[in-house]
Design a protein around this ligand. Structure first.
Ligand SMILES: *Cc1c(COP(=O)(O)O)cnc(C)c1O
Length: 400
């Protein structure tokens, strides 16, 4: 930051929202002194003389718009460093190169469908074996460690059944077993606004920025945040070597999305709570899962580990596959679509849509049944969303 001549923004001195607006975005960075970081599309950068450059050589290894986004992302996760990738999955693929053939990954069983698919069908082909365990059971988790376990993969709240893993307990366990184990937490569902796993002992936080962090359903991107300099250097090397980097235009959009993350998350939570409460009282619903409700089995852990929760709600409706189908088709405001965390409300059927790649017997264990529906509550008026859910439920389940 020496080129900033004293204008460098030090995120350690400021709060979340100030950093979302200023970190990595000093106007003094650019010769035009533009207040909004520019989209630098150039793939290559003129060197002063061979080997002497202004910090950028080639667009894959570094890009000014991407660097600006990364400098903004890091402090939001209370991290020193951040690296952006072409997708959340690209971040996972790149992290898998921290491991080698013969290593073992211990992951929470109720993991994002694409992560499950990567571990089962891609990492295994590189000779990396994965065990899927119920990390709510700490004894079972401890027993599942192997001498070659080199990565622990936590996702919490889990997707789609919204279980909470005790991040500190599992990271402490891992470090006790082997200090070299890399503990990764997929923090996509909570967003950096509601949960900061690095403060609880994680080595790396992973995000699909596609979801809440960008929040506008118009960018596919991933990022990791971390504090350890050596691990950062390895991942920075891999970011360039593996090459799964995002476009400068998308980095601009994600940076823009972060400006309203705090406000969006507060509004997602308000709406989420209202919708969850209303569904809990609906006779056509068997069960509502929402960490912010006292009825959630881990509401106490929720209160100690998270600062809040957004708009993700999972429900079991009264009925089977036919009722679920009808419910999804009758909704007018909620689009039947995959993904989550955008300003618009979405609804999906995990067994058929997002978690179809999870084997059927495993789905049964996790509770991803035919009457199980996942809702992403957006930022529309809560009353309108509740009205829409009620009318669709009445049509799908006429007799109660
Ligand atoms: C979407 C998602 C991912 C994958 O991210 P992409 O950007 O779609 O590749 C990983 N983890 C969770 C929890 C997700 O929701």
């Amino acid at each position: 930051m020496s080129s900033l001549n004293g204008f460098a923004h030090n995120p350690d001195h400021y709060g979340f929202q100030t950093n979302a607006i200023h970190s990595g975005q000093e106007p003094e960075k650019w010769s035009s002194r533009t207040v909004v970081p520019p989209i630098v599309m150039g793939t290559t950068f003129k060197q002063y003389e061979p080997g002497k450059h202004a910090g950028f050589e080639y667009g894959r290894s570094g890009n000014p718009t991407r660097n600006s986004l990364e400098e903004c992302l890091a402090p939001l996760e209370k991290a020193k460093y951040a690296l952006a990738f072409a997708s959340g999955s690209a971040a996972l693929t790149t992290m898998s190169y921290l491991l080698k053939s013969g290593d073992h990954i211990l992951t929470v069983d109720d993991v994002y469908g694409g992560t499950n698919r990567f571990f089962r069908n891609c990492a295994n082909r590189m000779g990396i074996e994965t065990s899927f365990v119920d990390m709510l059971d700490l004894e079972l988790t401890e027993k599942s460690f192997k001498s070659n376990t080199m990565m622990v993969w936590i996702e919490t709240p889990t997707n789609p059944t919204l279980k909470l893993v005790d991040i500190k307990a599992v990271c402490d366990l891992a470090k006790k077993k082997n200090p070299e184990v890399i503990c990764v937490v997929d923090n996509t569902f909570a967003s950096a606004y509601f949960q900061n796993p690095l403060e609880l002992g994680a080595d790396i936080v992973s995000h699909s920025l596609t979801k809440y962090m960008n929040g506008h359903s118009d960018v596919v991107m991933g990022a990791i945040m971390l504090n350890d300099e050596k691990l950062y250097e390895r991942m920075k090397y891999l970011q360039n070597a593996v090459g799964a980097v995002p476009s400068p235009f998308d980095c601009f959009l994600a940076s823009r999305g972060l400006k309203t993350l705090a406000f969006r998350m507060q509004a997602h939570m308000q709406n989420g709570l209202k919708v969850a409460k209303s569904l809990s009282e609906n006779p056509r619903i068997e069960k509502v899962i929402y960490p912010g409700l006292e009825s959630h089995p881990q509401h106490e852990l929720y209160k100690s580990q998270m600062k809040g929760f957004g708009g993700m709600i999972s429900i079991y409706i009264k009925g089977g596959i036919d009722e679920s189908f009808r419910f999804l088709k009758e909704l007018k405001l909620f689009a039947c679509a995959e993904s989550l965390g955008g300003y618009e409300s979405l609804v999906e059927h995990p067994a058929i849509m997002t978690h179809a790649s999870v084997p059927k017997d495993q789905r049964a264990i996790l509770g991803i049944d035919d009457n199980f529906v996942r809702i992403s509550v957006g930022l529309e008026d809560a009353e309108d969303l509740i009205g829409d859910l009620n009318q669709a439920l009445e049509k799908a389940i006429p007799n109660v």
